[in-house]
Design a protein around this ligand. Structure first.
Ligand code: ADP
Length: 425
């Protein structure tokens, strides 16, 4: 069966967030890293293409998003979804508006919604104004964001300044009346010459009603919240089985390892918990800087231990230790040096027979994924909120499947590295 929903996310973690939401709502989902060259595999209901376009120049963001759209169109997707941040992160020159309009033009559609609301995380929209918790967006920390400062909370105004078309509002009073009322508001706005409806949303029920009203809409632009309601539309249309198990992954065997380059507080606790019970190897930034063959030593060390139990490789250190390293080596240089070493260790481990790998740290994960040639991730069961097991799609997807868990620094419970394995079959 063809893929039902094709999504374009403007950054990687945003893509992961959306993919996780779709899996929870019952769609088998793959997240591709950048515009794919290869097939995402069979038996998939949704694809999320994660770009890094949030802060690139608008023309670049448009070009990349169009390339992603064209690839998704080839897979036969029935609906398209442009995913941005729940705080509508964009610069004064774009990119949300220009990308949305370019996608609409390519798809030949003249009306869509704009709804970054994500109430469980405190992002709500009322009368078109975006709130972060109890504060207006423009009073929240987003006012001082280094790349995308948001000084205006009116989404109608912000979006209007980014687009050529007209922006209207579907107010909460309408949303409360449910799917039919929302749909007729969309029709009225379109008839009045609007191309976008900013939609108020204060709760998950609102998101579900808006999602239902978006059935058949060619393009949806939103945060990840609206994704809650879309799978049900496909179910109602008989395109998605009710009993679909969306988070099942193919079995992966092989040896087990953890690589940690994150120094976040949660990761420090997780590293300590693993060090207490399993063999662990410290990747020392000063040794790397002196040119010691740390990667070779790490792999040799692993060879005699990894057959019996999971092993840990970590650069994770306390804030004081990190400061000392950064003062002597420079933060960027130290970061890159460590990332490169951890990525090389990951590569060596896969060659050694590792089939289940946890990586801690956002940047560290990026380096590992690149070194392993991973082009996409099939999203599986969640280990802790926001961190699923995945199976890697690699450019030459042959041989053993690789289970990968990519953990952002501050995610996961203290026993994350210990309990994660039992979630795999
Ligand atoms: P997080 O998700 O916790 O932010 P990242 O992997 O994104 O983790 O970032 C951590 C950065 O810190 C990486 O660039 C990593 O190489 C670097 N790093 C790891 N250990 C050390 C250390 N001991 N000293 C200095 N930098 C370190």
């Amino acid at each position: 069966m063809a893929i039902l929903l094709g999504c374009i996310a403007d950054d990687f973690t945003g893509g992961t967030d959306l993919a996780g939401m779709l899996v929870k709502a019952g769609m088998r989902t793959v997240q591709m890293i950048g515009v794919p060259k290869e097939s995402p595999g069979d038996d998939i209901d949704a694809v999320v293409i994660a770009l890094k376009s949030r802060t690139s120049p608008a023309e670049e963001a448009v070009a990349e998003s169009l390339a992603a759209l064209r690839w998704l169109q080839q897979t036969g997707c029935r609906q398209f979804y442009f995913k941005y941040c729940s705080t509508f992160d964009s610069t004064s020159k774009g990119n949300i508006g220009p990308v949305a309009e370019a996608l609409m033009k390519e798809l030949g559609c003249s009306f869509t919604i704009a709804c970054p609301a994500f109430p469980v995380n405190g992002r709500t929209i009322y009368k078109g104004y975006l709130f972060v918790g109890d504060l207006l967006l423009s009073d929240s920390g987003m006012r001082h964001h280094p790349l995308t400062p948001m000084g205006d909370s009116s989404l109608v105004r912000v979006l209007q300044s980014q687009v050529q078309g007209r922006v209207g509002l579907a107010e909460h009073a309408t949303v409360l009346k449910g799917e039919e009322a929302i749909r007729s508001r969309f029709r009225a706005l379109e008839a009045a010459g609007c191309n976008f409806a900013v939609v108020d949303a204060l709760s998950n029920d609102d998101l579900l009603a808006i999602g239902a009203a978006c059935a058949g809409m060619q393009l949806v632009t939103a945060g990840s919240g609206i994704a809650l309601g879309l799978p049900q539309n496909f179910r109602r249309a008989g395109l998605l089985a009710d009993d679909r198990v969306a988070d099942a992954l193919p079995p992966t065997g092989g040896l087990r390892a953890v690589i940690s380059g994150s120094c976040s507080i949660a990761t420090q606790g997780q590293v300590a918990a693993m060090r207490a019970v399993h063999p662990s190897f410290h990747v020392d930034p000063f040794e790397l800087a002196r040119g010691v063959e740390v990667v070779a030593a790490a792999l040799e060390w692993a060879a005699s231990r990894i057959k019996d139990e999971p092993v840990l490789f970590y650069a994770t250190a306390s804030p004081e230790a990190v400061k000392t390293v950064q003062m002597q080596l420079g933060s960027e240089k130290a970061g890159k040096l460590i990332e490169a070493a951890l990525a090389a260790i990951a590569k060596g481990l896969i060659e050694m027979g590792v089939g289940q790998l946890i990586v801690a740290g956002g940047e560290t994960s990026g380096a590992v994924v690149q070194a392993l040639g991973v082009s996409g991730l099939r999203i599986g069961v969640e280990i802790d909120p926001g961190v699923p097991w995945t199976t890697a799609i690699t450019k030459d997807s042959v041989g053993r499947p690789l289970a990968l868990a990519l953990k952002s620094g501050n995610f996961g419970s203290p026993d994350f590295f210990l309990k994660a394995w039992s979630k795999l079959i």
